[in-house]
Design a protein. Structure first.
Length: 333
């Protein structure tokens, strides 16, 4: 059987880092990474390209567009794609690519490592092997592969800062596993629509994490300078009602000025439900805000950037926001 052709796209990250004078810095190219795992040639044929060499802390939406554009340019030439990426913002990039490349019939796999590939004890080599196994498998869509787990691009989150078990699938089962080189697929998401690439994002999306006693002036500042603001509230969701200041009035003014506001939760699992308490229900019933439900903050951020690059009409923004893309949202009530 003819081997699948896979393109390895290098972007930097810990996996490609070497120790410099001020700590680890991305130095190795995608071709140099591949030399550490020569047995991948037994899985598939690989070509390499290097888009940039960045610590993922420095990766921005403009880089997501470059990755998506690179994939589109050679989409028909390859059977799958592997993107080596730093772990710190990999979940954001995975979500961003899920909206920029929708209904991909080919696997687009992100992976990285907690330890550089040149270290004696590293997860780099196994993560790369697993990523190429998935990329050559005939699976579809944007996926994140790490420590044997296969996670939907819209559901991934980095939940551990140091250990090899770095990523979790939030409010959605993992799609499958790679064990000893064998792929075990648990879920096969339906994907019958044609593949579609998008080429624009509105990066003016801000995130506000509520803390006890926070002043609404912080929200006012963000609304003045952003197209949309995501508010990470407490518990199932709500906004504080203090003796001074008014989050309600601040949000109303922002909405009247054409901004989009989304309420979500700081709690990692089970999502929001603004209808439970007065502090949430009163906002939901009286203002045209959006609720994230079981979506990750990473997915909400990327989805708003994708939506607001197409439209700012309130009804159309809401329609697109609540339309599932790549299993990003399940619970809407």
């Amino acid at each position: 059987m003819e081997k699948k052709r896979i393109l390895l796209i290098g972007t930097g990250g810990t996996i490609a880092s070497e120790m410099g004078d001020n700590g680890l810095e991305p130095e190795l190219t995608s071709r140099q990474l591949l030399r550490y795992v020569p047995d991948i040639s037994g899985i598939c044929e690989v070509d390499c390209t290097q888009l940039f060499s960045l610590d993922s802390t420095n990766i921005r939406p403009e880089h997501w567009l470059r990755i998506a554009g690179s994939i589109q340019q050679c989409y028909e030439k390859y059977d799958g794609f592997v993107i080596s990426h730093g772990t710190d913002t990999m979940a954001y990039t995975a979500a961003g690519l899920s909206y920029l490349i929708q209904n991909s019939r080919k696997p687009i796999v992100l992976t990285g490592a907690q330890k550089p590939i040149g270290y004696d004890t590293t997860d780099s080599k196994q993560n790369l092997r697993d990523a190429f196994t998935v990329a050559a498998s005939g699976m579809s869509g944007v996926l994140l592969v790490f420590n044997g787990k296969i996670i939907m691009g819209t559901r991934a989150r980095k939940t551990r800062s140091k250990s090899f078990e770095a990523f979790s699938s939030i409010n959605y089962p993992i799609v499958g596993m790679v064990q000893d080189g064998r792929l075990i697929q648990y879920i096969r998401p339906e994907n019958s629509a044609p593949t579609r690439f998008y080429h624009e994002l509105d990066a003016r999306v801000a995130l506000l994490k509520l803390t006890p006693g926070i002043e609404c002036g912080v929200l006012e500042y963000l609304l003045e300078r952003s197209s949309a603001v995501i508010i990470e509230s407490f518990g199932v969701g709500g906004l504080p009602v203090y003796e001074t200041g008014s989050f309600y009035d601040t949000i109303k003014k922002g909405l009247d000025d054409g901004r989009t506001v989304v309420l979500t939760t700081q709690v990692e699992n089970e999502g929001s439900d603004l209808s439970v308490y007065h502090v949430g229900n009163s906002i939901k019933q009286n203002l045209p805000i959006l609720e994230a439900y079981d979506m990750t903050t990473e997915a909400v951020t990327a989805k708003l950037m994708w939506i607001l690059s197409q439209t700012t009409g309130r009804e159309e923004v809401a329609r697109l926001f609540y339309t599932p893309v790549a299993c990003d949202i399940l619970s809407v009530s």
